[in-house]
Design a protein around this ligand. Structure first.
Ligand code: CAA
Length: 400
């Protein structure tokens, strides 16, 4: 049976997310964006509302909701600003959901529970100055000495780098495999901010998501206890890809929030702004732009909802998530581009939020798999060059 109805729980969690973001971020967002400032208090409001562990089971400190709920929260967050949704992408999607799948009991106790409760914030460190799409091109290393690994490397473009308490770091544990670009030489580690040799910094001058913190992490002879190895040695690349499955899902869902924001802002403007003696929403070429927004929103929503449903029933959804991420971010970029056009000269200034939507939408076509990576993945699935294998620690199905 295909059921297109949201449950009462879905409606309640979406409303909760809407209330929090409207109350605590919306009034400040224009100024935060203008000054490129991250508001640390916003995360504490998300914590107080229990939203940071929305889809993590109650026994691990979360709200125990399903994966559709996570998508709805992301849509509501990005309706106000992309920086709010990015918190869910890195903290919940890329980090906590990975600990939930791949963490052992001790790691869940020590790291997942505080993160699901929002007491600690997590992020993800795969990308490096010279390795983004080419994840096997990372250079960071982890050498084992007794009961510890010594990590060295630089991570770049990391959301919440200056904010997070815990980092998921990917590094080579096998030098021969590193030289051969054999991904089975990469491992994943849980690194705390307080570990020796960890320093972070923020990147300024970004085109968009200016109210979000983005930065770098430097690891200089960082000692990581062996119990902080996530999964087995050599499973790091697979863990990183599994992280990205969850992260990309949140990006896709969030992007439909940005499209909805474009539609609502433009509807209001176009119904009052007059040219040629009528409001501009009566002009056919303006209507065409609205029609394209509806097309992107409705089709994009179906794509991420399908990916969320597959997660709920415990089915791997790498292919569906990649398609949803590509389509939704593509459509968000188009919607924001048209939103500026509909606003004419006013859209070109920060008197209206559409120029912020336009700048914010660009990033999502780059991070968590560029548009080009997703096109290649989709072609490779179709052509039979790529197939999903069984994963050792899949994301657990939703249990009511
Ligand atoms: N889950 C589990 N295992 C997976 C998997 C998944 N989703 N995807 C692939 N694997 C496994 C495969 O089964 C394969 O296993 P075997 O070797 O045992 O067969 C192994 O991983 C290698 O898989 P592929 O052959 O598919 O790997 P590839 O080299 O072809 O991947 C790629 C190429 C798709 C381009 C991949 O490198 C990729 O997705 N690159 C983009 C990386 C990316 O999105 N980076 C952005 C990070 S976001 C960020 O850093 C910002 C922030 O703020 C946090």
């Amino acid at each position: 049976m295909i059921d297109f109805e949201f449950t009462e729980d879905h409606r309640i969690v979406a409303e909760l997310a809407r209330d929090v973001v409207n109350k605590y971020l919306k009034p400040k967002i224009a100024e935060l964006d203008r000054s490129g400032a991250h508001d640390p208090d916003f995360i504490s409001y998300l914590k107080d509302a229990d939203l940071l562990g929305v889809c993590i089971p109650e026994k691990y400190g979360g709200m125990g909701m399903d994966y559709i709920s996570l998508g709805l929260v992301c849509e509501e967050m990005e309706y106000v600003d992309t920086s709010a949704r990015v918190i869910f992408s890195v903290h919940t999607g890329l980090n906590s959901m990975t600990l939930y799948s791949w963490g052992n009991d001790l790691q869940k106790e020590k790291y997942l529970i505080p993160q699901a409760k929002g007491e600690k914030i997590g992020t993800f460190g795969l990308t490096e100055p010279a390795a983004g799409s080419d994840a096997v091109g990372i250079l960071s290393t982890a050498e084992k000495h007794g009961g510890k690994y010594i990590l060295n490397g630089e991570k770049m473009w990391i959301s919440l780098a200056d904010v997070a308490d815990n980092f998921l770091i990917f590094a080579w544990t096998d030098n021969v495999k590193k030289n051969n670009r054999d991904h089975s030489g990469i491992s994943a580690f849980i690194v705390e901010r307080g570990f020796s040799g960890v320093t972070t910094g923020s990147i300024h001058g970004k085109l968009g998501v200016r109210a979000g913190n983005t930065g770098w992490i430097s690891l200089q002879d960082t000692e990581v206890p062996e119990e902080n190895l996530l999964g087995h040695e050599g499973e790091g690349f697979k863990i990183a890809m599994a992280c990205l499955d969850s992260g990309r899902y949140t990006v896709a869902a969030g992007s439909t929030g940005l499209i909805r924001a474009c539609m609502d802002t433009c509807k209001e403007y176009a119904s009052t702004r007059k040219t040629f003696q009528q409001s501009i929403d009566h002009h056919q070429l303006v209507k065409e732009m609205f029609a394209e927004m509806v097309y992107g929103y409705e089709a994009g929503r179906l794509l991420w909802l399908k990916a969320g449903w597959l997660r709920n029933i415990g089915t791997r959804a790498t292919r569906e998530t990649s398609l949803a991420k590509w389509f939704c971010t593509d459509q968000a970029e188009k919607a924001a581009y048209n939103a500026v056009q509909i606003h004419g000269a006013y859209g070109y200034s920060d008197e209206y939020p559409v120029e912020r939507y336009f700048r914010n939408a660009k990033g999502a076509a780059i991070y968590e798999g560029t548009r080009e990576i997703h096109k290649l993945m989709q072609a490779d699935y179709l052509l039979g060059f790529r197939a999903d294998k069984e994963v050792r620690c899949p994301l657990p199905a939703y249990e009511e």
